[in-house]
Design a binder for this molecule. Structure first.
Ligand code: 2HG
Ligand code: ZN
Length: 449
């Protein structure tokens, strides 16, 4: 009997099916190094027809199919739970821009940086931005409904998608690529597929909205004593800082780790308990506006500012967190959403829990304050201890938050979903899954148990 690898090679061509052990193994570990999987081969389709053929064969041979973009996910969502075919979207790489309508038609495997490099020529960019921009693909960003650093201004990935093409698990090709701003002719496929983590369909192409690149920006790094003071700055910024485009917070543990990278000197004499990064962007010079805004604030211990290209120097402190943490070990990554007003109380409770029951654990908290999104990174958790995550997620649920703000559920949180989604909710999601992927070939073990 023909095996799946031979059938794939015969159908979509040997060149598109990789079996070389070293190459295949580079797809089998997630970015964090925490999740590993096994694969029969890696398929690299160059068009939607090859994707469809791959899905059909996965169904015929009853073999799981896992789509993978840049492999930058942090919850193991693109690393097979059961031995699978990995479908790499990397060669789905077309980019077509409509400058006047500010739209991009792109292959799912286009990286965010590649899209922005093209869009930049016309003074445009994608509204969503994140530190893994050089590797993260737009298909993966839609599949996980990525958020990033400018959600406060432009919204997350869901808000950027005007059209989608995907091969569903049932083998059907959905193509709604026209980029219609208005289309109420039934279910909205971008909404259904956004955040579905490769469990309903393989995204092949997208029509994305672009935004104008603001001519100027200014960034301030603000030293504060407390998170409540940071929330007060945010409330004021929302009210009075017209160009507000980012509001990110960091804590002293994280700044210390980034300092150890020796990439730049920390701009203050001391490391404050809270550092807030505030960015304003717009058509006119932003430095004066931001300085005026900062001057009007109480509770600011210290602040430094940088404009335009120098702003990246301050962003360095925020964007190097993930790397600096990974240099210290494999962290438990709890990307949680908390109702904004409850953030200080939640962080207090979390600190008490760790001080009382997990003294050896080193927490690093940072994230997108404007979105109520805290990246709780935990280093030095005892191997095999899942109780710590469960207790924190339970705490999140008592605050009315979500156990995943922007990274997804993946494999990492699959047993915790019921903490912040009801049984009716989960069963209804499962019904959608079995309608669109009846044989359950797409990414089994991710999102649902
Ligand atoms: C970020 O905001 C990313 O930098 C990664 O979402 C967060 O490493 C993390 O926990
Ligand atoms: Zn983030």
């Amino acid at each position: 009997m023909t095996d799946i690898v031979t059938a794939l090679a015969e159908t979509i061509g040997e060149k598109s099916v990789v079996t070389d052990h070293d190459i295949v193994s580079s797809y089998l570990t997630d970015w964090t190094g925490r999740f590993r999987g096994e694969a029969f081969c890696v398929v690299r389709p160059v068009n939607s027809k090859q994707v469809r053929d791959t899905v059909d064969l996965a169904k015929r041979f009853d073999v799981p199919l896992v789509a993978q973009g840049g492999n930058t996910g942090l919850v193991g969502g693109a690393t097979p739970v059961k031995k699978a075919i990995i479908l790499s979207t990397k060669l789905l790489s077309g980019i077509e821009l409509d400058h006047d309508l500010q739209l991009a038609k792109v292959g799912a495997g286009v990286t965010l940086s590649a899209l922005n490099a093209e869009a930049q020529k016309a003074g445009l960019k994608l509204g969503v931005d994140l530190a893994s921009r050089d590797s993260a693909t737009v298909g993966g960003m839609v599949a996980t409904n990525a958020g990033g650093i400018h959600v406060i201004r432009y919204g997350g990935m869901r808000r950027q998608v005007l059209g989608i093409e995907a091969v569903l698990g049932n083998g059907r090709l959905i193509s709604r690529m026209e980029g219609l701003e208005k289309d109420n002719s039934g279910f909205d496929w971008p909404s259904i597929l956004c955040g579905s983590e490769g469990t309903l369909g393989v995204i092949t192409q997208l029509t994305l909205k672009l935004v104008s690149v603001p001519r100027h920006r200014a960034v301030a790094l603000v030293a504060l004593h407390t998170l409540s003071a940071a929330l007060a700055v945010m409330t004021e910024a929302r009210r009075r800082l017209g160009g507000l485009s980012a509001m990110e917070f960091m804590t002293s543990n994280g700044i210390e780790l980034v300092s150890n990278l020796d990439g730049a000197p920390w701009p203050f004499n001391n490391i404050p308990s809270i550092s807030l990064l505030v960015e304003a962007a717009g058509e006119d010079d932003q430095m004066e506006k931001l300085a005026y805004f900062l001057d009007s604030l109480e509770d600011v211990v210290d602040a430094v500012m940088a404009g335009d290209s120098a702003a990246d120097g301050l962003w360095y402190w925020r964007e190097s967190h993930t790397l600096a943490i990974s240099r210290k070990g494999v962290a438990r990554k709890l990307d949680v959403s908390i109702p904004i007003r409850a953030i200080p109380a939640f962080v207090d409770d979390l600190t008490h829990l760790l001080e009382n029951d997990y003294q050896q654990v080193k927490p690093i908290l940072f994230g997108h304050l404007g979105d109520g999104n805290i990246h709780v990174n935990l280093l030095d958790v005892a191997e095999g201890d899942t109780g710590i995550e469960h207790r924190i997620y339970k705490m999140v649920s008592t605050y009315g938050g979500s156990i995943s703000a922007e990274h997804g559920i993946g494999r990492a949180k699959v047993n915790e979903l019921a903490l912040t989604r009801s049984q009716d909710d989960i069963e209804s999601m499962k019904s959608v899954k079995s309608a669109l992927d009846p044989a359950s070939v797409l990414n089994p073990g991710v999102l649902f148990v």
